[in-house]
Design a protein around this ligand. Sequence first.
Ligand SMILES: Cc1cc2nc3c(=O)[nH]c(=O)nc-3n(C[C@H](O)[C@H](O)[C@H](O)COP(=O)(O)OP(=O)(O)OC[C@H]3O[C@@H](n4cnc5c(N)ncnc54)[C@H](O)[C@@H]3O)c2cc1C
Length: 405
Amino acid sequence: MARIAVVGAGVVGVASAYVLCRAGHDVVLVDRHPGPGQGASRANGAQLSYAYGDALASPGLLAQLPGILVGRYPAHRFHPQRDPEFLLWGLRFLIEGLPSRFAANTRTLLEMAAATRTHMRDLLAELDLAFDHVPAGKMHLYPSVEACERTADTRRLKASMGIRQMVLDRDEATAIEPALDLHPDTIGAVLYSPDDAVGRPDVFCAALVDRLAGQGALTTLFGHDVAGVLEHKGRVVGLTFAAREPRPCERVVFATGAGLEALPRRDRPYGRVWPVQGYSITVRASDRAMRTSITDVRRRIVFARLGDEVRAAGIADIGARRPAFAPDRFATFKAAALEAFGGAFDPSDAGTPWSGGRPCTPSSVPIVRPGRTRGLYLHLGHSALGWTLCLGSAARLVEVMDATS
Ligand SMILES: Cc1cc2nc3c(=O)[nH]c(=O)nc-3n(C[C@H](O)[C@H](O)[C@H](O)COP(=O)(O)OP(=O)(O)OC[C@H]3O[C@@H](n4cnc5c(N)ncnc54)[C@H](O)[C@@H]3O)c2cc1C
């Protein structure tokens, strides 16, 4: 049993703390926020996209790049930065979009997502947590049959891995999800993934932390800003804080999403993690709201039913290292969400806006490895799928830690 500090209490840090507690370690979970699930995990799209593990950098996205650069797609903005780290990240992103890299990355992500699904099932059987988790299935709406056919290679890969997906026409899909009647556009084809699920990530984090702390398995230090690690002879011996006494530990896991400042310089994954900013709005559901998750492929917006609310999430803006909420981008996003499924929202509720930065690696594959400082581990860069990947990658983290301790 080791004394392990997990820095970062988003879905990834909380999942890390859970698997490490289960492995019998003495775990302290640290975050600068006053509670868990308050960073990029907070009000994300809520999708447990077990069948949609597609890497962000893809041949399709590369083909759209000229259009993105000139601002033709409202769901994307690109603000180049005069920062060598940004340029290196961008170059790597372009390479990862090549067909062979995209296929390899997507396979890795799907395997990690499948592992999350198994661990989530076991966790829920054991702990019975309430976070509006529903295996609701997911529908991708394509404007034309041809647009859907462009996913044929990825669908074949998924079928070879035992992932269930089926192509439906609008009538067949509407028989499953009547809310499709609300959508104003032509729908050429619907890709249905019946085994995908949804759940509130922030509520999951809070409930799991509560349960582990209540069992005496976990200590928490919220409102603590980690400044760095204490080392002795190249080995981690503690954490340092901005305004508090250091705290001893034998190992430390950095699950800090896109936040890399507290890492020793030699452990920083330079040019490997950059935030890609997105927005969400959570609104009370109308009587006609969807039960199934829906992705509007043309507008690049996902809709999830969470109890008596609907959450829409979208936008992928690449630019500043610390992105701030941009009211004009939120307005663009909200207008597109209302245009697509305004009928799913209760008009008397203005909704709760939110924005976060997806901690993106060029490949979309998370970084799960030891650092150069002995006893230090990186568990970050979960990109656009951190909720979907968190338990699978946490299980991988434990394997990595066992193999190197
Ligand atoms: C708009 C949007 C929609 C999304 N939709 C989905 C979706 O539908 N499905 C899906 O699977 N994924 C989705 N994602 C991606 C997912 O939200 C992220 O991949 C995931 O939240 C990353 O989790 P994390 O725990 O690594 O990061 P975070 O949740 O950001 O947690 C990192 C934590 O580390 C803390 N921290 C950092 N540095 C320090 C320090 N020095 N001291 C103390 N604390 C520190 C931060 O305070 C933070 O709480 C979406 C993201 C966005 C933005």
